[in-house]
Design a protein around this ligand. Sequence first.
Ligand SMILES: Cc1cc2nc3c(=O)[nH]c(=O)nc-3n(C[C@H](O)[C@H](O)[C@H](O)COP(=O)(O)OP(=O)(O)OC[C@H]3O[C@@H](n4cnc5c(N)ncnc54)[C@H](O)[C@@H]3O)c2cc1C
Length: 423
Amino acid sequence: MTPHAPSYYAATANPFPAQPVSQGDLSADVVVVGGGYTGLSAALHAAEAGLSVILLEGKRIGWGASGRNGGQMIPGMRWGAVELVDRFGTDHARRLLEVANAAGEQVRARIARHAIACDLRQGHFHAAAKPAHLEGMRRELDCLNTLLDHGAASIVSAGDVGDYVASPVYHGGMIDKNGGHLHPLNYALGLARAAQAAGVRIFEQSPVTAIDHSGPVVATTPHGRVTARHGVLACDAFMGELDAGLGRMTMPVANYNVATAPLSADQAKALIPSGAAVSDSKFVLNYYRLSADNRLIFGGGEKYSPTPPPDVAGFVRPYLEGVFPQLKGVGIDHAWGGMVGVTLNRLPHFGRIGQSFFAHGWSGHGVLLTTLAGQLIAEAMRGTAERFDLFAALPNRPFPGGPLLRHPLYVAGMLWYALRDRL
Ligand SMILES: Cc1cc2nc3c(=O)[nH]c(=O)nc-3n(C[C@H](O)[C@H](O)[C@H](O)COP(=O)(O)OP(=O)(O)OC[C@H]3O[C@@H](n4cnc5c(N)ncnc54)[C@H](O)[C@@H]3O)c2cc1C
């Protein structure tokens, strides 16, 4: 059995028994490929709507980004309200944000309803890395308040940053009570248990090697085949291995996290007095939060080549110590990485192929939106596709450059934006 990648989360995972391998010919109303939040949520919502569901996970439930991420529940989408209004107009932007912002409430409701023990905490602080970024946040909040009855977010001036985070590098920020943080793997495992209770049959170690959408959906695994009326492709950064066309729409980017040794309760409180999740406004952002046992869980730096750095902790440490000089030399107990599926414009990519649905390309903003996506997919299967189609209509195009050049072109672009962080 492939274990979860070693991480703080794997070391503190709630028990979840290994699931069987898919064998022989099976059938269901729905076959879901991928056992991260998107697939689990689609399976759970479809089962609750009365459909029979089989979920096929190539490794273990939560093995992908859903079991390794920073746990930051960041409201909204990667594009802010101002950008959405500029591009789509006021009404369309409002509708998108209304649906996207429902995701936070939905995740909290799921956690409460299924009693998922995943260390849920309230609050997300978006820290301004430059004074101009704080001005941008003010405009963003004004726009949000005009579009929605928001009220949950407020601007924090440079002088008050210390109430939220004890770092000398920020120029203010925005605190949003609708945000928060959680233990990502335990949330995924909790969704899996809820899906099973709703009747979903889950198989692990069952990678789909081919999928046919030409009639009924047929998903082939090494030891079997599942035939279904509908398919759900929920493989995010790994989608290209299953469907080359969808793979061209995203770029897998490696991102790394560490968990420090536990801090004392006083040290932890002094570091992030608000207890909120924090992410900053850099292009290659730093994001961090406190775990339930008072470790700092810190993500920083991106690597555009597929090989991980030989020393992940050594790779992340300079970013951590840049934000918190007072933690110089702090012990690091766990270090790990994962693949983020990034689209060209950072908006997720939703759509249909025959009777199958897909949603991927969360661009590092998937903890909340994926649970919502699963619901929208299940709604669309039941014939109410209005909210799914709102997202399916978002503009997306493949990365330029063809198979040989797309990665080098992408790296050149990323390095340029990363350089701007330092200017
Ligand atoms: C290091 C890191 C930090 C992040 N931090 C944050 C954060 O703080 N906040 C935030 O909002 N987002 C964050 N993200 C992004 C977020 O984790 C993802 O957007 C989200 O988890 C995607 O969920 P998913 O279900 O679509 O994909 P995944 O969780 O990646 O699940 C896909 C699953 O499909 C399986 N699979 C793939 N191919 C096949 C196949 N052929 N057959 C069967 N199974 C298959 C994989 O094994 C995997 O389990 C982060 C991501 C990473 C990697």
